[in-house]
Design a protein around this ligand. Structure first.
Ligand SMILES: O=C(O)CCC(=O)C(=O)O
Length: 301
């Protein structure tokens, strides 16, 4: 049984730039999502290098498979091709995107037990600016998520602030120098909950997440959506037909809505940038917040 957001939740989303909805995904549906995710990971036992679907952790071996991310899960699975238009997700998002909803991208961040990779602070908006900022991502925790296994943190209200520089050495790296964020990061809150918890975060919201050094995995399915009348400024992957095929609710439009929001262009790319790997692309950031040395220096200053 699906539901839409309450007026109170809509107000909170607009104020804070994020929501956490526990028990949003019924257990039976969640188990299907988990089973499909695990099936997609089976192939990792035969791999020594990443593929278009799987981003592997540097510690991966065939005996001990360690996957960092399933990239674009909807492109590799019939189940997920349908799940991007899951009514329970669409009904929740309806009041936030009344002009219709277009899928932007999908991924499942796996955060394996003991080695789960951190994600440095960033704004999704810096990767894909649009003509208006009705752009967001839903996340579904596939495992119980607590302080110990690397929850995603969000800075409340940051979706109304600046769009930060996500470049290092002149190249787009998809991460912000934490020195720029020293007044913002103390306000960050962890988004946690039992498996089946659904999160929504605004594309301009500052967010990131720490390593998972615990003994429990923290798998997090993410699906990003834009309002049907928000057009990307940087590229139109797949031409007009491909773009329109991504409408998951409502109708396509040739009349983009333009509303001012601060933007930056996610270019130039580093010559060796890895498509779909935020981990690899963020690696050139000199000051890493989710790094013991940086934390130590920050505490001393
Ligand atoms: O997995 C996480 O906690 C952070 C996800 C994220 O921000 C991303 O993959 O862009």
């Amino acid at each position: 049984m699906s539901r839409t957001l309450t007026p109170e939740e809509v107000e909170r989303y607009h104020r804070d730039g994020y929501l956490v909805i526990e028990d949003a995904v019924p257990q039976a549906r969640l188990q299907q999502v988990i089973a499909e995710t695990e099936q997609m990971c089976d192939v990792a036992r035969t791999l020594t290098a990443g593929t278009a679907m799987l981003d592997l952790d540097p510690s991966h071996t065939a005996d001990k498979p360690r996957i960092r991310r399933i990239k674009s899960h909807h492109e590799h699975s019939d189940f997920f091709a349908e799940f991007v238009a899951e009514p329970l997700i669409m009904d929740l998002l309806d009041p936030l995107m009344p002009s219709g909803i277009r899928l932007h991208n999908t991924k499942i961040n796996m955060k394996s037990a003991e080695v789960g990779e951190s994600v440095e602070w960033h704004q999704d908006w810096a990767f894909y600016p649009h003509t208006n900022d009705d752009v967001l991502a839903i996340g579904i925790y596939l495992d119980d998520c607590t302080e110990e296994n690397g929850p995603m943190f969000v800075v409340p209200g940051s979706h109304k602030g600046p769009t930060y520089d996500h470049h290092e050495h002149g190249y787009f790296c998809g991460a912000i120098d934490p020195v720029e964020l020293k007044d913002e990061l103390p306000k960050a809150v962890p988004l946690m909950g039992p498996a089946g918890t659904l999160t929504i975060h605004h594309a301009r919201a500052l967010h990131g997440s720490a390593f998972n050094r615990s003994g429990r995995a923290r798998r997090f399915l993410l699906q990003a959506y834009a309002a049907a009348d928000a057009w990307p400024l940087a590229d139109l992957k797949g031409g007009l037909d491909g773009f329109n095929e991504k409408i998951v609710r409502g109708e396509p439009t040739l009349a983009p809505r333009i509303e001012p929001a601060p933007i930056r262009i996610p270019l130039p790319l580093r010559p060796d940038a890895v498509v779909g790997s935020i981990y690899s692309n963020q690696s050139i950031l000199e000051n890493k917040f989710f790094d013991d040395e940086f934390q130590k220096q920050a505490a001393e200053t």
